[in-house]
Design a protein around this ligand. Structure first.
Ligand SMILES: [Zn+2]
Length: 63
């Protein structure tokens, strides 16, 4: 019984932490379009769906 509870706690912990990691990963690796809310790879300049400019602010260290 105790092992079953531990297994459940482990599964819940893994699922919860993977959800958090996925969120962090998505925020780090992707930009959300301000116009249509599509996720775009961070290297993109324009939204792949609506073509909105994803880099309105100047990027220091580039060009
Ligand atoms: Zn867009």
């Amino acid at each position: 019984m105790r092992e079953t509870l531990l297994d459940i706690a482990l599964v819940v912990g893994i699922l919860g932490s993977s959800a958090v990691i996925t969120q962090l990963f998505a925020r780090t690796m992707y930009l959300t379009c301000w116009r249509c809310h599509t996720l775009n790879a961070r290297r993109r300049i324009q939204c792949r769906k609506c073509g909105a400019n994803l880099r309105s602010e100047a990027q220091p260290g580039r060009n």
